[in-house]
Design a protein around this ligand. Structure first.
Ligand code: AP5
Length: 193
């Protein structure tokens, strides 16, 4: 299975990724997690990405695309993957199409989590208290939501046109959302085969 988990900051992409990744035995590839690991290790990539992340802006396409291409070329992603937080721009959509086609395959489904703005803000402010992630301040969260609406959300039209977009209500208990996400993935798998 080749899946994308799509949705605004705080929609629950990371939370729901574990069940999907376990169900299909595919690696969970989160661009945000890769950047945070690099920030933590103070690598050159981490230092560059941090400037953008701390403002709630997107890291430039060329940096992200090269990083994901490299990751998708690793052995564990050969038979499938779950991308979380990628693609987020039209250039990333096109780059992913190209990479997947080079591997002789195609995306099976894009699962979009739908959550109201107020709920997103309250989830991320709660996480700020629990974990202190540096981009979880009220101002940066608002900017991340804005960036999602301006740059990322419009790209979903591409997937809708291809008939591989699965919208899922991302509100309610984590367990309830999980079962909706797993249902959506099962439909994607059935329609792809
Ligand atoms: P990234 O780490 O991807 O952040 P994000 O998209 O803002 O997403 P979050 O991790 O905040 O939210 P999530 O949807 O994963 O929700 P989660 O499960 O954590 O990216 C960070 C930055 O990196 C970007 O701003 C950008 O700068 C850069 N970047 C990354 N990818 C890039 C790309 N492709 N191109 C360019 N730049 C890129 O849940 C959030 C909270 O809600 C948690 O506390 C969780 O416990 C809680 N929660 C989850 N589900 C529920 C529920 N059902 N009910 C109540 N609470 C819930």
């Amino acid at each position: 299975m080749r899946l994308v988990l799509f949705g605004p900051p705080g929609a629950g992409k990371g939370t729901q990724a574990t069940a999907l990744s376990e169900r299909y035995g595919i690696p969970h590839i989160s661009t945000g997690d890769i950047f945070r690991a690099n920030v933590g290790n103070d690598t050159e990539l981490g230092r560059e990405a941090k400037q953008y992340m701390d403002r709630g802006d997107l890291v430039p396409d060329e940096v992200v695309i090269a990083m994901v291409d490299e990751r998708l070329g690793q052995d564990d992603a050969g038979d499938g993957f779950l991308l979380d937080g990628y693609p987020r721009t039209l250039a990333q959509v096109e780059a992913l199409d190209k990479t997947v086609a080079q591997h002789g395959s195609q995306l099976d489904g894009v699962i979009r989590l739908l959550v109201d703005d107020e709920e997103l803000m309250s989830r991320l402010l709660r996480r700020a208290e629990e974990q202190g992630r540096s981009d979880d301040t009220r101002e940066v969260i608002a900017s991340r939501i804005e960036t999602y609406k301006d740059e990322t959300e419009p790209t979903v039209a591409q997937y809708r046109e291809r008939g591989i977009l699965y919208d899922v209500d991302g509100e309610g208990d984590v367990d309830e959302v999980r079962s909706r996400v797993l249902d959506a993935a099962a439909r994607a798998g059935a329609e792809a085969s």
